[in-house]
Design a protein around this ligand. Structure first.
Ligand code: GLN
Length: 540
């Protein structure tokens, strides 16, 4: 049998950053998957960091972690959530990785005395990565998103590489250019000039855009589409309106209405067989239901002005809201604001309290106050990674009366380090060793909230941490009513804690948010929201 030929879609962005290329790529992924095609996505980021693991959430938003423990760009979270397909180290490539590999090859003498140059050595390395995802799996379509904006100096090697790639795979590549078409209210008109210029920039590099996806705040008029078509050398129907949507999950439906799926399929010589998967439609309907009650979840974090910092958490909450027929009203509470009292001012209306992952000591006392408020007022609590450490410290201080209990991440000389490094990790840290990353199994204790949620006794979840529950204190906690409902298979690491005396108080060492999907809400988030909804619905 002849091996099927993989098709390639390249997504570039013009005019401004943050246009949602990741959402457009993911939506194309959903639409093609609905046709029975096997699709994967990848992100090529032009920055020089090897990965975003060390970058501040202020600059780069959340660090998404894959099963194989790769720290990646947050767009990989969108890819996984939209196409429901696990990503790995091959799906996120940075300039830093490319240069690192080329320079190492140079040191090993692999270039046999040649002058090492951007073209062909860097571009060859990039081209190899375009097809790398294919090695593990036989995909029908690989969608590659090029980070940054056309015109950036640093993305030039990537654009040159995809130009060469298309030259070598002529009939198997298409280019989708995502751009901004601003609407000027004062004159009541759309402005197409920025789009014309970014398409022209791409053309100069040798890339012809096959489809122009225009981000706009109002539907584009036919005259505007015609004008963009004329200047950008595409047919009017290949100018797609991507209007601002209330939910990112509506975007595949909006793009389907604009026939983007048909256009892409036709360019590959395929025909559209069916509409988008019915479960996607169902999900979108369920999130837009105004009859659903609103459940207020307080997210107590460090970066409250930047929702991208906790992107997978907020998405997982939305999925869980839909699964529970309720709308999530997210309340961002800055941990620093509740460090010195006033906790109830901020949390009294919360139906559920969530403390996400984090690093460093800023706002820690505020988070401890929030966990105490949740426990003392029996408000459902979900703690994720650092959120588990916080729950442990709070319990140690106020129930076990270990007033100086702390995490040695925050206070290295704590007298009662209830959260600490394992002895073998200490060695590693001293030699620059780093985090426990990726998927690990966890045993589930029967008869717990954890078992109730997962309905199984062995789970796998993703991790990104250094510090752990300190086993020296295990018995003391158990004697005082805390249950260790999840542990590593060898029982050495605490993975999940819960307080059975509370209506719902669960905190985990792992990050369940990375595995939630719109049509498959994560069991822990689902039960947390269900418990919060119960509180809401029992209010007088
Ligand atoms: N800072 C903590 C640790 O390194 C928690 C990490 C996290 O929340 N992702 O263990």
């Amino acid at each position: 049998m002849q091996k099927k030929k993989t098709k390639y879609i390249f997504i570039t962005g013009g005019v401004v950053s943050s246009l949602g290329k990741g959402i457009v790529g993911s939506s194309v992924g959903v639409l093609l998957k609905s046709q029975g095609l096997k699709v994967t996505l990848q992100k090529f980021d032009p920055y020089l960091n090897q990965d975003p693991g060390t970058m501040s959430p202020y600059q780069h938003g959340e660090v998404f972690v894959t099963d194989d423990g790769t720290e990646t760009d947050l767009d990989l979270g969108h890819y996984e959530r939209f196409v429901d397909q696990e990503m790995s180290h091959v799906n996120n490539v940075t300039s830093g990785m490319i240069f690192w590999d080329v320079l190492n090859k140079e040191r090993r003498g692999e270039y046999l005395g040649n002058t090492v140059q951007i073209i062909p050595h860097i571009t060859n390395e990039i081209k190899e990565r375009i097809t790398l995802a294919k090695k593990d799996d036989d995909f029908d379509v690989i969608i590659t998103e090029i980070g940054g904006t056309v015109g950036d100096i640093e993305s030039l090697p990537f654009l040159e590489a995809i130009r060469q790639f298309q030259f070598e795979n002529r009939d198997d590549c298409i280019h989708i250019h995502v751009t901004l078409v601003p609407y000027l209210r004062t004159s009541g008109e759309f402005k197409t000039k920025p789009t014309q210029h970014s398409v022209k920039d791409l053309r100069e590099i040798g890339i012809h855009s096959d489809v122009i996806v225009c981000r706009t705040e109002k539907p584009l008029s036919q005259a505007t589409k015609n004008k963009i078509a004329l200047f950008c050398d595409v047919r009017p129907e290949e100018v797609i309106t991507a209007i601002d949507a209330a939910s990112i999950y509506e975007v595949p439906l909006l793009l389907e209405e604009e026939n983007l799926d048909k256009i892409v399929l036709n360019k590959f010589g395929l025909v559209k067989k069916q509409n988008i998967l019915p479960e996607w439609n169902e999900y979108v309907k369920s999130i837009n239901n105004p009859d659903n009650p609103s459940v207020k979840i307080a997210l107590v974090g460090k970066y409250t002005s930047l929702s991208d910092s906790y992107l997978s958490v907020t998405e997982a909450l939305k999925h869980a809201g839909a699964a529970n027929n309720c709308n999530i009203e997210l309340e961002w509470v800055s941990a620093e604001d509740i460090e010195n009292g006033k906790v109830s001012d901020f949390l009294k209306d919360a139906n559920g309290i969530l403390i996400p992952g984090g690093f460093g000591d800023r706002g820690i006392q505020g988070k401890i106050n929030a966990a105490q408020y949740a426990r003392e007022n029996d408000i459902p609590y979900l703690g994720l990674c650092l959120g588990m450490h916080i729950a442990v410290i709070e319990f140690a201080r106020h129930v076990l009366k270990l007033e100086d209990a702390h995490s040695s991440e925050i206070k290295s000389d704590a007298k009662n380090p209830v959260i600490d490094l394992l002895p073998e990790q200490k060695e590693l840290i001293n030699t620059g060793g780093t985090m426990r990353l990726g998927s690990y199994p966890c045993k589930v204790k029967p008869g717990t909230k954890l078992e109730e949620a997962y309905k199984t006794n062995l789970i796998n979840e993703r991790h990104r941490h250094r510090y752990e529950f300190n086993n020296v204190y295990r018995e003391k906690f158990e004697e005082n009513g805390l249950v260790f409902s999840g542990t590593s298979e060898d029982n050495r690491l605490i993975e999940v804690i819960e307080i059975p005396a509370q209506s719902w108080f669960v905190a985990c060492q792992f990050h369940p948010e990375f595995k939630s999907r719109p049509t498959k809400a994560h069991p822990l988030f689902k039960d947390f929201v269900a418990a919060s909804k119960k509180i809401k619905c029992s209010e007088p």
